[in-house]
Design a protein around this ligand. Sequence first.
Ligand code: HAM
Length: 542
Amino acid sequence: MSEGTAKKEEKPSKFQAIRGTRDLLPPETTLWNRVEQTAHEVFGTFGFGEIRLPILEQTELFARSIGLDTEVVSKEMYTFPEKLDFLRENLRNISDAMESQERLNRYLGLVATFTDALKDALEAKRLPDSQANLDLSKQLADLVTETVARWNMGHAKPDSNWKELLGRAETLMWRVNTAERESLRPEGTAGVCRAYIEHGMQQLPQPVKLYYMGPMFRRERPQKGRYRQFYQIGAEVLEAIQPGQGSAKDIPKDAAIDAEVIEMVMMFFDRLELPGVQLNINSIGHSADNCRRGYVEKLRAALGKVKDKLGPDSQRRIATNALRVLDSKLESEQPIIATLPRIADHLCEDCATHYSAVKRELEMRGVFFRENWRLVRGLDYYMRTTFEITAQGLGSQNAVCGGGRYDGLVELLGGPPTKGIGFAIGEDRLILSLQESGKAPAQQGRDVYIAWMGERAHATAIRAAKDLRKAGFSVELPPVEQKFGKALGQADKLGAKYALILGDNEVSEGLWTLKTLSDGSQLKLSEPALIEHLRKSKAVSS
Ligand code: HAM
């Protein structure tokens, strides 16, 4: 092999950001910073303090709070397994294959491989051989046999029975307890509740108002406005329930808190001039027979009657999470959903009173809203108020904020009885919407480009750069001497407003030349006069 070929082969392959993740670059990051700064300011005026949470938490924290049957926990979490990556990887391939409508026999192959691998892992005790896992392994093996039989009978076309069988297999596979310990956070509410308990925040003056911002991770199918690493800005209000405090008595207070939280996020969007903001609200009651549970029974019964007209996803959800059927975006299901019973007609007295009070409180605050009885949200911890905010320019992923009340979640995680309400803004979507509406700042240019020539001028240029930067101006100091023409060209490329020209003459006279690049005018100024001049003109232009 010649040396040339060896070199060619050694050339490392190019790396790319992982699917669903991306780099945020200047000048876009200027907008991100402006958005985050505005959040600090607006939330601060409502008495919220910032909490910085770890990105890794115990898997169980999310499973318990968000819910095992939710898409987020059952399919989308990045969880770090001990040794069982192959099981998870296999499952992800299956999820992707199901979504991309690949040939069904490929899914079947994957399900069979998974089932065999699971059986081996249980036998070798590489997985907890709990009764639940053993049962799942058996059910999966039966499903594979049943599916293979259908295949052999010639039912090889992708009909809905096939999809249903594989959908069932997929649900079973995700239930296998692989004893994994840690997950990348898919959201922030669970972590805030964990921190509230861990730091005994019920001892602080109540309610405790916290906000956070940072990356979240969900293994969703990437598209415009949907990423696997995305950023949220969220806020939560937590309030320990004092012994003897009755929930009915607290309704006006809770409703006012809900409304204030919503008012805060609307004020934030208003400050950013986010276009086409629309607030949707709903109440999903609380989990009791005379409230949500009773409603879900009625809903399930009504869905049972129209089951055949629904797609496989909704059919499956009738049993697992009937409320989520209301979320369906499938065109053919819309007329059917429109005829289903509505939760507003089945709320218990307290929940109905609370919902009316929230609406009244919003009106008092001049917050416009639209009621949407189908707004149920995809996470299990909600009760009573749920809301979502949409904005312009986002296509199908137009929810820029989602939130709601979650009384009881802290207690479910082992803390004292506590109420909660909060929201999270999808920062990526917020930025997209601002960019689409032309609110993004242009490339940030330098204030001053220092065009210096000669050894004496070099020392002066270094000092000038230091003094100007101290005074808050952004300065580009070329590391080596440049010809005048080249320096001005460079200043222009960087979008500099001024060129500070320092040559022998300027240094010996103590008078520096400041050239305004937009009109070519020049001024001779002493150093203090220069800083003063720049300050004044910056104040005029900002
Ligand atoms: P969520 O609706 O799952 O709620 O997410 C809130 C927002 O995060 C969404 O409205 C969306 O803007 C953004 N988002 C979610 N997934 C993605 C993604 N894959 N790519 C880009 N943006 C995304 C929660 O997370 C709750 N913790 C909100 C909450 C706080 N409820 C009470 N307190």
